[in-house]
Design a binder for this molecule. Sequence first.
Ligand code: GLY
Length: 342
Amino acid sequence: MRQVLLKGIGGKSKIMLGVSLDKLADFFNKEKTVFITDSNVYRLYGKRFSQYRTFIIEPGEMHKNLRTVHDLYEKMLDIELDRSSYIVGIGGGVICDIAGFTASTYLRGLSFAFVPTTLLAQVDASVGGKNGVNFRGYKNLIGCIVQPEFVLCDFDTLSTLPADELKNGFAELIKHALIGNRAFFSRLESLRDAALMLDKDIMAKIVYDSLKIKTKIVSSDEKEKGERRKLNFGHTFGHAFEKSAGIRHGEAVSIGMVMEARLSNAMGLLSSQDLTRIEKMLLSFGLPVSFKGDRQTIMDAIRKDKKREESYIHAVLLDGIGRSVIKKVDMERIGGVVNDLC
Ligand code: GLY
């Protein structure tokens, strides 16, 4: 079993890779713990945590809101949870967000842990302490940064995921290599086939490498004042594609990463060979590198997403594969890259 440690301001988070769902009893006390999950995860894995009290919510991003949190508070009050109670969120990113936010706010904060069952949640949502819900159409507008005590990843859960869901996770994994470790990017190139087959040893290896990058960044800037913004690579523009074109998160992030890599190339930071390697890598994981859509709609979405009218954006750029920097980029230059991409 591999472990990664994240040192937050309020406490440490221990991420353990390769822990079977059959071992949950080694970590969580039956009397004190309440599991939060959704009906899909419960159908697949409910038997594996049937000894614990469990709150089941509806699956999907549309339920990541204060109404769901309110319902959970009511259930917690009904069963008289107290400050010694422990919350475990088991599921994908939405469950981690909701369970983490509910636990962090009930009685001014209960201890909690995550058992992420999607690759996206394993490499991103469960790690770093960002917990929150959507509000009036704005993603994660209400939330907090509080670290889970534990994150337990069982790679067997990946085998039930649809291909598109896996791609969401691979996009984030590639993102970590691009912003933080060139050697890891090269390893991913050579391990791609085994990764796509979900070979458990290889998954443990690449999720570990990926989380080493994320946890190092978060440990140095938990509250996202500077360094942590680098984790938004591909998302600055990816969100605009996701919102305006309704494509999946991983696809949007992939197109966003290509856009930010092309900007890096246009600004003399990233070589053309590296740009080609990045596009090849994304394509080899089944992720898109171009977009068929209206340029003006995308530009409007980029401006709107940043909630600002200025003529520039702070973008995460690549100073070569494995090294990222944050720079001001003017909208005119961004328009040029959008033209090339669409
Ligand atoms: N998902 C980006 C972050 O945790 O900061």
